[in-house]
Design a protein around this ligand. Structure first.
Ligand code: ZN
Length: 233
């Protein structure tokens, strides 16, 4: 559950995303590239107490927020990564009023649609293509280790890149389609390996290693650059 609150620092209004977490041990203030300022309240602490804690740190918060890299909406002229390579979004005239499409061509994402629709269409293009490639690669990887994928879904979770359920459903962030291919493949291998080993044991990591190289590189890429993928769209 999350609610909004506001802090005022010398006339600058800071929007706070306020949420309660039964797992949190103390009041936490975070700055997230996508959600902005977040206040996390543990059990047994009142909202008022947490807000006064945040108010004490308001100057720090304002400075951190000011240093966040800017958001990059999907619109004409924006540079966005596709499998780790920069592409420029270019809005073109739809040839047929009822037929809009997005095409990837020579370093561009050509969006043949009304200018107002670019954001929605490009977003759909990313999700559709992410689903196709992730589903194909997950199925192929599962074949290699004798596992079976029941279903693949793409979502937009805040912090996780993928997950695997007991029933064999794999879920991935569509933003992985923006990451370099070897990073995306590592996340696929990780979740596919969970189909056989629902833990992070040595046996699990051996399976991942059987599927991909550069595990450490991929993990540090996600740690370092992953949050930036949330700036797009
Ligand atoms: Zn895992």
């Amino acid at each position: 559950m999350s609610r909004g609150a506001q802090l005022n620092v010398d006339g600058t209004v800071i929007d706070l995303d306020v949420r309660r977490s039964p797992r949190a041990r103390r009041i936490q203030l975070k700055v997230d590239p996508r959600l902005g300022a977040q206040l996390i309240i543990p059990r047994g602490v009142s909202q008022r107490e947490a807000l006064s804690f945040a108010a004490e740190k308001a100057v720090w918060l304002r400075d951190r927020l000011a240093r966040l890299p800017p958001r990059i909406p999907f619109r004409d002229g924006a540079i966005v990564p596709v499998l780790g390579q920069s592409h420029r979004i270019r809005q073109t005239t739809a040839t047929d009023l009822f037929q809009t499409e997005v095409r990837r061509e020579a370093g561009e994402l050509l969006a043949a649609c009304h200018p107002d629709d670019v954001s929605v269409r490009v977003g759909e293009w990313f999700r559709d293509n992410a689903y196709d490639i992730l589903a194909r690669r997950a199925t192929a990887a599962a074949d290699r280790i004798g596992a079976e994928v029941t279903r693949v879904s793409v979502r937009d979770p805040r912090t996780r890149w993928g997950s695997c359920s007991e029933s064999g459903t794999l879920s991935f962030s569509w933003r992985l389609f923006m990451a370099p291919e070897w990073v995306m493949d590592y996340v696929v291998a990780h979740e596919v390996a969970h189909l056989r080993e629902m833990n992070h044991s040595q046996a699990f990591w051996r399976l991942v290693g059987h599927l991909v190289d550069r595990i450490d590189d991929a993990r540090s890429w996600l740690h370092r650059s992953g949050p930036h993928l949330h700036r797009y769209g």
